[in-house]
Each structure stands twice: as structure tokens, then as C-alpha cells.
Design a protein around this ligand. Structure first.
Ligand SMILES: Nc1ncnc2c1ncn2[C@@H]1O[C@H](COP(=O)(O)OP(=O)(O)OP(=O)(O)O)[C@@H](O)[C@H]1O
Length: 282
């Protein structure tokens, strides 16, 4: 299908690094044990996708990922009849494949999808664990190991698009946020090979920019954004240039907000000349 980014992991992958920030791993394992679906909420780039990839590996399950959007229809998830050389044939969508195979189906930004998909999610997300395929007349019982996981960013939520209580109450819910400073620095070091001192500096800078708040920025700098910045710094780029390219510019188009971010950057990463001068004075 062409309207959704859909991925699966058919080949065994090298173990993905995931740094737990609480008891999310145990909670997910318990939800899996009881066949309960999981809802993960949290801001962009805080580790939701990485966590699910990690859990799929840990539980030895195949993972189907669907990036939801306005035009995503039930047929995109469940499947549709296609026309081939030998006539029409049915092609399973990613949700149906996951149900048949006992895999994990992850619907990223589920509130972006059209409301009608809740019709297929509801019987799957409660004790029935069934997927009715209207087009073929089948009613699939989810194979053991099937798990439905959905995520959304509460910051993007609008009144029209919130999940209905009858949907929400079917899920075990977890709330993700940016990790504490020591954990975030550890993640950055692992993902970028930046040295610990600079990673700590970058985290302090990230937290200072996060304190600018929603008046100045639509969304706070994510762990992902800090990792991008760290990679450029670790590769030898001037930290202020890296911060401008990976932080100030992606965060906002407002010149005043960009200037405010760069003021904070200069406080955390002095120009090389200033560092030398400070060393001499000291
Ligand atoms: N706890 C963590 N352990 C390991 N890596 C992490 C963790 N949190 C964030 N990361 C890093 O941050 C990057 C972004 O995280 P991820 O893609 O999981 O974000 P997300 O919450 O799914 O964002 P979005 O909602 O925008 O899709 C990951 O690729 C990974 O490098």
C-alpha cells in the first residue's frame, strides 16, 4: 500500500539499545502476558518507537509499524482485494498479518487516523481479540502473541481528534517524557559517541531550552534532536554551529525565538577563543 509507511522486521536484527527510564519494560511484559493492548503517549523523539522495537526483540515477536495519517483507512490496515494477472485476490494489510502471525502491530500517531478504524480496533482490543474481515466474511481470532500497540503525542491533540473513552479504556496506558539528565546523557553518549562532559553540557542546554516554554516554541527539543546535535559535535563540528543547525532552526522559524535559543547555546558552549581566554584568566 502506498499511503502509509509500513515496516516489518523479517530478518533478525542486532540488539537495539534501549535505556529504561522506569518500569515500562515490566509493565509491557505484563500487558503482553494478559493479552492486553498498550497505549503510549509522549512528546516527539522521547523513545516511544525505540521502546517498542526493543520490546519486540525482547519478546521475540515480529513488529509491524504503521505511521497513521488523515487518509489512513480501515482497508489500509486490514487489507483489500487487488486485481492481478489471474483475477482478483485478497491481500492482507499489516494489522491482519500481525493478527494471523501473533506479531506486534504498532500504530504510530493513532489519533491522526480516520475515526472509522476504531470499528476494527475495538473487538481486537478487548477480551474477544477478534478481527472481522467484512470483505472476505472471515472472523479472525488473534493468534497467541498478537499485541496491539498505539501511540500519540498529547501535544498535537485537538478536540476533534482525541480518542474516545471507550477506546482509551481498552488499553494499558504508559506516559513517556524526556528522561532525567543523567539518563539522557547516557543515551546521547551511546547514540552519538560524544564524550561524557560534552553530552552533559548538551543535556543542560537542552533542559534550559525546554524551560523557554510553549510561549516561544511549539514543542520542546527532543532527545532525538539532542542526539542529532551530538553526532555533529562528535564528528568535529563547532558546537554552536551544530546547535544552530539541529536545534534553533528545526525548533522554530521565528527569528526572535531562534535568537533566544542561540543566546542560551552561547552560555553553554563558549567560542573556542573565549575558552582559551578564560583558561588564561584562571
Ligand atoms: N530510552 C531510550 N533508550 C535509547 N534510545 C533512546 C531512548 N529515548 C530516546 N532514544 C533515542 O532517541 C531517538 C528518538 O526516539 P524515538 O524514535 O523512539 O522517538 P518517538 O517517541 O517514537 O518519536 P515520534 O513520536 O516523533 O515518532 C531514538 O532513535 C533513539 O536514538
Amino acid at each position: 500500500m502506498d499511503t502509509a509507511r509500513i515496516g516489518s522486521n523479517p530478518e533478525p536484527q542486532p540488539e537495539l539499545f534501549y535505556q529504561a527510564t522506569g518500569s515500562e519494560v515490566q509493565l509491557f511484559e505484563q500487558a503482553d502476558r494478559f493479552g492486553m493492548p498498550v497505549l503510549i503517549k509522549g512528546p516527539t523523539g522521547c523513545g516511544k518507537t525505540r521502546f517498542i522495537q526493543h520490546m519486540a526483540q525482547r519478546l521475540g515477536r515480529k513488529l509491524y509499524t504503521v505511521a497513521c495519517h488523515d487518509d489512513l483507512t480501515t482497508a489500509d490496515l486490514v487489507g483489500r482485494h487487488l486485481i492481478g494477472a489471474d483475477g482478483t485476490f485478497w491481500q492482507d494489510g499489516p494489522l491482519t498479518r500481525a493478527v494471523r502471525e501473533g506479531a506486534i502491530c504498532y500504530l504510530d500517531e493513532v489519533i491522526e487516523a480516520r475515526k472509522d478504524i476504531t470499528v476494527v480496533l475495538h473487538p481486537l482490543a478487548d477480551d474477544r481479540r477478534i478481527l472481522p474481515l467484512e470483505a472476505t466474511g472471515e472472523e479472525l481470532q488473534a493468534a497467541p502473541g498478537f499485541m496491539l500497540v498505539v501511540s500519540y503525542n498529547p501535544g498535537y491533540r485537538n478536540l476533534l481528534k482525541g480518542l474516545k473513552p471507550s477506546t482509551r479504556q481498552r488499553f494499558v496506558a504508559m506516559s513517556f517524557d524526556y528522561p532525567d539528565a543523567a539518563t539522557e546523557s547516557h543515551i546521547i553518549q551511546h547514540e552519538s559517541a560524544l564524550d561524557p562532559a560534552r553530552a552533559d553540557q548538551l543535556v543542560a542546554l537542552g533542559n534550559a531550552v525546554r524551560h523557554l516554554g510553549q510561549h516561544d516554541l511549539e514543542e520542546a527539543p527532543s532527545t532525538r534532536l539532542l542526539i542529532h546535535t551530538a553526532r555533529l559535535i562528535a564528528a568535529g563540528m563547532d558546537p554552536r554551529q551544530a546547535c544552530e543547525a539541529c536545534m534553533a532552526q528545526p525548533l522554530t522559524d521565528e527569528p526572535t525565538a531562534q535568537a533566544a535559543i542561540m543566546d542560551i547555546v552561547r552560555l553553554h558552549f563558549a567560542e573556542p577563543g573565549q575558552v582559551e581566554a578564560r583558561k588564561k584568566i584562571a
